[in-house]
Write a protein of this length. Structure first.
Length: 159
């Protein structure tokens, strides 16, 4: 059977508080995943949603259709940009930590990305948006260590 993964990311300010949401569908089963960070970006949360969804899979070699409203995420894979970035060591590419993680997860499955227009009434995309925004607005926000480290480096060691 095919796994269907819906994903979305959100940020309150960009950068700002952020969250991601994912819904996994497999036959009659479904699973919702979400998390939030105190300082991050929307693109990082879009990537994190896909990463969290793929990390939740317990088997390899699955066929996975990933529905995303992020052209940033989808185009990197579907237009094969990511393999060029990888060859260049992700030099001058934002979020290299997440791209590397996604590549490792991508190699375990047969994945197709499908774009869905955000806020257009798609029930699963809307659910992911709710999960992402609730996570961004919730308590107990985690630290996005890689993002905060990169911000400190850009600001000479001060956040």
């Amino acid at each position: 059977m095919k796994v269907v993964l819906y994903t979305d990311g959100a940020a309150r300010g960009n950068p700002g508080k952020g969250g991601y949401g994912a819904v996994l569908l497999y036959g009659k089963y479904s699973k919702e995943i979400s998390g939030g960070f105190r300082l991050t970006t929307n693109n990082r949360m879009e990537l994190m949603a896909v990463k969290a969804g793929l990390e939740a899979l317990t088997k390899s070699d699955l066929t996975v259709d990933i529905f995303t409203d992020s052209k940033y995420v989808m185009d990197a894979f579907e237009k094969k940009w990511i393999w060029g970035w990888q060859k260049k060591g992700f030099k001058n590419i934002k979020n290299p930590d997440l791209w590397r993680s996604l590549l490792a997860l991508y190699s375990k499955h047969i994945i197709k990305f499908i774009w869905v227009k955000g806020h257009s009434g798609n029930p699963m995309n809307e659910r992911c948006d709710v999960l992402a925004t609730e996570a961004a607005d919730g308590g107990g926000l985690k630290i996005d260590h890689e993002y905060e480290r990169s911000v400190r480096e850009d600001k000479g060691g001060f956040l």
